[in-house]
Design a protein around this ligand. Structure first.
Ligand code: SF4
Length: 326
């Protein structure tokens, strides 16, 4: 059962230097109570898809040019692109139904308010509880995300918490209104690996406990191995490969996905040499005419320079956009 269906989404930014097609015709589905991993390097459009779902890009210079974001809830379907981003309905969905956490919690947490006050603010705004009950709920949420001594921590300021604890506090705030979708944008990138593993485990546990879905955005394919059910790989605002997580890991088809796989260090392989993908993501104002990955692709052919490949099914439920599979 889908929770979110993104159909033909195009989100552009109209700048003085030209149009940035940050998301350029993207389709994917987030199933209920499942995790979708969205993978790609910086500048591939992963975060803009998330901000489009949240209704946070329809402010100039950003604009949703085309497409639908269908939100399935209680037997009803609503197209989020049709809602006024500043209107009551969208504000209620944002926070109540769809919550988001970011890479660096310090940029989202207000340094002059206690952790408790910030969680309580979200609860009071969206759940209509009084201050006393909101504080009880805030403590409950801090406990749920594994923060020790939550009765004490609730009155502490963000700078008094470690990076890992701050991210847990952000997750507590995001989950406090029991959203059906949690969008996590590189939530563990700034954390050490051990803390990263704990936060991933916590997110998996909360997803089950709260019956939520997760859209997990990362540049690191390795991170989503134990996290995601389905994966979409994005490059230059488009999806270049999509399937379930096993298929993408065991049978990656697109040269970009294969490049990402070769960049993951393995403890099992002896003396393994990592092979980073050569080059960088092209300037958004100088996007290649054909396949966007052509300047970096070890398998590029003549046709790749001039014609953009469409997504095609290469195995049941596994699609990729590459001329190699034509
Ligand atoms: Fe490489 Fe061509 Fe496939 Fe693009 S379409 S990924 S350039 S082989």
């Amino acid at each position: 059962m889908p929770l979110i269906e993104v159909r033909g989404l195009k989100t552009y930014f109209y700048t003085e230097d030209g149009i940035v097609r940050a998301v350029d015709g993207v389709d994917y589905v987030i199933e209920q109570e499942k995790t979708l991993g969205v993978v790609g390097e910086s500048g591939c459009g992963k975060s803009v898809t998330a901000l489009s779902i949240m209704g946070l890009v329809q402010i100039p210079p950003g604009k949703i040019e085309d497409g639908e974001i269908l939100f399935h809830r209680d037997g009803k379907v609503m197209d989020l692109t049709k809602l006024n981003p500043k209107g009551r309905e969208m504000r209620s969905i944002r926070g109540n139904e769809i919550a988001m956490i970011f890479q660096e919690p310090m940029t989202s947490l207000n340094p002059v308010y206690t952790i408790g006050n910030q969680i309580m603010e979200a609860i009071i705004l969206h759940q209509n509880l009084n201050k006393k009950d909101a504080k009880i709920k805030a403590i409950e949420m801090l406990r749920a995300v594994g923060i020790p001594l939550p009765e004490q921590r609730v009155d502490e300021y963000p700078h008094q918490l470690s990076g890992g604890m701050r991210q847990r506090a952000m997750i507590a705030m995001a989950m406090s209104c029991n959203p059906s979708l949690l969008i996590a944008d590189e939530p563990t990138t700034a954390l050490d690996v051990t803390i990263q593993a704990q936060v991933l485990e916590l997110m998996n546990a909360l997803r089950e406990e709260f019956h939520a879905s997760i859209q997990f955005i990362t540049h690191d394919l390795g991170v989503i191995a134990g996290m995601a059910d389905d994966v979409v790989v994005m490059y230059l605002g488009r999806i270049v490969e999509a399937s379930n997580v096993r298929e993408v890991f065991h049978n990656p088809k697109h040269p970009y996905t294969q490049g990402l796989m070769n960049s993951i260090p393995s403890l099992a392989a002896e003396k393994q040499r990592l092979e980073p993908i050569k080059g960088v993501v092209p300037d958004p104002f100088e996007v290649p005419a054909g396949c966007g990955f052509e300047p970096r692709c070890p398998h590029a052919m003549e046709i790749c320079k001039t014609k953009m490949p469409d997504l095609k099914e290469v195995a049941p439920g596994h699609t990729t956009a590459c001329w190699l599979y034509e």
